[in-house]
Ligand binder design. Structure first.
Ligand code: NAP
Length: 446
């Protein structure tokens, strides 16, 4: 009979407490599947006194996460504290240095130190498993690392932040503003009191950098992700997108281009008929485009104690089975470095919303500036204040004594380079035929 895998859990919050419960509930099944029992022998958290509704009778309380990691009684450290640095990092390093395996749900830690930690695991022989760090219960990491090990990946993209998808879904369905939806998300516990990490795209960027490394065999490069958030999106953009057959999602996209790997996070228009466009509310999704196979989309809960615990426990079961897979699917020495791909070199279709002044020559000036940059227009729509759209030939709506309100004009371009779009719009602004700043949203075709 093989001795049980002895587990130490650091962090007993939303995820940690669920992991303790799930390991207990599934003990028999897990022992059968892994051919080895899994036993929680020690835990730690900030407060020993806090009531957690867990039965921790017979389980040791370690005085700190590092003490837990160094405890000779444990084989596997499960790090569920969070944060890129500090005690989480110290404990993980201590465990790996001591030849133990590590399971973590900590995307910040992996995005910042993943390559170095993988090297440490490789040297000491421990596993470093982090399935829950991206998309919680969605097995995106295993799919890229193992399921598609023999497939050349060209692009991986996804909805990786439930808060942003919840906000964009409500804005689209109810015509509400970004601020109103954010407040609701905070009230319902979907958004933090300080939401900028989520809504400015940084949470998505960390997860994307992990997926990109697995997909393309590159060293994790969080700093090489171009990041834009969703706060500039207006309900009128979502309405216009819907009329044109698109939805707007905050996507993290990593793609192989002629010049290298492009990693970017930004609001993106996706065809309404695409799988990713069907993903609403707090749900997450990851789409993988591989050579010779149609895109694969995995959809599921990207957060929550139970969903995250599901992936953490599966990772622990892999350790119990004795599975040791290189954390990024290949030896660290073979991972390539990548540089930040300038967004100005990005090529694709663009949605552009301009607030056109009702002046003679406005339409001609806009058309000229776009033509100067060889930008071809797929469609052009002028929207009235009541939201109705028509081909752009009408005049601005007169308000009061002969004054005119600027009229939204929506352009969809064919694939073009981002620097051409930016140069054209800069010239249009200088011509003073529009008011305010143009809204630009990139289009991702499936
Ligand atoms: N929540 C999710 O939906 C979700 C989804 C995917 C991934 N994750 C990741 O899972 C990890 C845990 O998230 P969570 O939501 O469970 O966080 P949480 O509810 O805030 O729990 C954090 C736990 O860490 C403990 N802790 C904090 N600082 C500590 C320290 N210095 N020493 C010892 N223990 C310390 C806390 O102790 P006390 O309880 O005593 O305060 C608490 O038990 C994070 O990396 C997060 O990114 C979470």
């Amino acid at each position: 009979m093989v001795a049980p895998l002895k587990v130490g859990i650091a962090g007993l919050g939303t995820v940690g407490a669920e992991v303790v419960r799930l390991l207990d509930q599934q003990a028999t099944t897990l022992a059968t599947k892994s051919r080895r029992a899994i036993k929680v022998v020690a835990v730690t958290a900030r407060s020993k006194a806090k009531k957690r509704g867990l039965d921790l009778g017979g389980v040791k309380w370690a005085k700190s996460p590092v003490a837990l990691a160094e405890d000779g009684d444990i084989d596997c450290l499960v790090e569920l504290i969070g944060g890129a640095d500090g005690v989480a990092l110290e404990a993980v390093e201590a465990a790996l240095r001591g030849g133990k395996s590590v399971v973590t749900a900590n995307k910040a830690l992996i995005a910042r130190h993943g390559t170095r930690l993988a090297e440490l695991a490789e040297r000491s022989g421990g596993a470093l498993n982090f399935e829950a760090a991206v998309g919680a219960a969605i097995p995106a990491i295993k799919t890229l690392r193992e399921g598609l090990a023999g497939t050349e990946i060209n692009r991986v993209y996804g909805i990786l932040n439930g808060t942003c998808n919840y906000i964009l879904t409500r804005m689209e369905q109810e015509g509400l503003s970004f601020d109103a939806c954010l407040k609701d998300a905070q009230r319902l516990g979907y958004a933090e009191a300080n939401p900028s990490f989520d809504v400015d795209g940084h949470d998505t960027a960390q997860k994307l950098s992990i997926l990109a490394s697995l997909a393309f065999g590159t060293k994790i490069a969080e700093h090489a992700v171009n990041v834009e958030g969703i706060s500039s999106i207006a309900p009128q953009d979502l309405k216009a997108a819907a009329d044109l057959g698109y939805r707007v999602k905050l996507l993290g996209v990593a793609v192989r281009t002629k010049t290298g790997i492009e990693q970017r996070v930004h609001p993106t228009m996706v065809p309404k008929s695409s799988s990713i466009a069907q993903v609403m509310g707090v749900t997450n999704a990851v789409t993988i485009d591989g050579d010779g196979i149609p895109p694969i989309t995995l959809v599921g809960p990207g957060a929550g104690g139970a969903a995250t615990a599901s992936a953490v426990v599966a990772d622990i079961a892999d350790v119990a089975r004795g599975l040791r897979i290189a954390p990024f699917g290949r030896p660290v020495a073979s991972l390539r470095s990548i540089k930040k791909a300038p967004m100005m070199h990005h090529e694709g279709g663009y949605y552009i919303r301009l607030m056109a002044r009702d002046l003679p020559g406005t339409a001609a000036a806009i058309a000229t500036r776009l033509a100067e940059q060889s930008i071809s227009i797929e469609s052009i729509v002028q929207r009235h204040e009541n939201g109705d759209a028509e081909a752009a030939r009408g005049r601005g709506k007169r308000s009061g004594k002969g004054a005119t309100n600027p009229v939204p004009v929506i352009l969809i371009t064919y694939a073009t380079a981002e620097d051409a779009v930016r140069r054209a719009l800069h010239a249009v602004q200088k011509d003073r035929v529009i008011s305010g700043r143009p809204q630009v949203i990139r289009i991702e075709k499936n």
